[in-house]
Design a protein around this ligand. Sequence first.
Ligand SMILES: [Zn+2]
Length: 288
Amino acid sequence: MTGTGRVRLLPAAVCPAVLACLLAACGGQPVTSQTRSAGDAVASPAAVRTSAGPGTASPAPSPQPTAAAKPLAGITVGIDPGHNGLNGTDPSFINHIIWNGRENETCDTTGTQTAAGYTEARYNFNVARYLLAALRADGAHVVMTRQDNHGVGPCVDRRAQILNHSGARVAIDIHADGGPTWGRGFTVLEPVADGPNDQVIRSSERFGADVRAALLAHTGMPESDYYGSHGIEFRNDLAGLNLTTVPKVLIESGNMVNATDAALLTSPRFQRRFAAALLTAILRFLHK
Ligand SMILES: [Zn+2]
């Protein structure tokens, strides 16, 4: 199926990087430097692993698996936490044009944010760090496209290259959407064959199905009711999917503009649960 990019018209007054906003994977109100925040505390791997489900607020520590038993030993996994906390401070860099495998695209965008100013970049990075810790606890080698939330970039084509060259068996781009205020839910964005990604279309679809199933089973976030079909959408206009040579999907975790979703997305408990669900999906995909 042919993907279609979404274009949302935003008032220029709230969108200093208009081009970036128009081309963004995640729409909604842009982030400004005034709304950024420092990084959040990150839980230990054990905290991530033991907080995956409801009713596990104070579980007894579970023993770590032995080296021989670790299910991801020797396996590399890639994580791209979308955007970056200071992208709004350098529009000339963020708005410069890159080739995304099918067409021109801006280097990156600011991403979206909640009504209260909690940024998508912050959410993306928090979930990435929780997932990083959980993957490492299972023995994986993890490559991330950025190491903190107080930088600019890298560009989306560079992010794809980092993961392509990492030796990763699977990768995930972590985002949250800025949809209509009434809309709720997650959407798994999947690649469309364009040449560079031809060899990973089927595997990415399998991984996307695993991500969808794990999110429905473990996070409490519903499928999107405003975008995609049954929580899935194919996109042919995003560098991260067009250029990938690694099985990969981009997850729009929920709608930061919707009050119900925002309450979940800004919750550390939900972020840990979301990361645990992504770990479940990665394990399922790699061990089929
Ligand atoms: Zn995004």
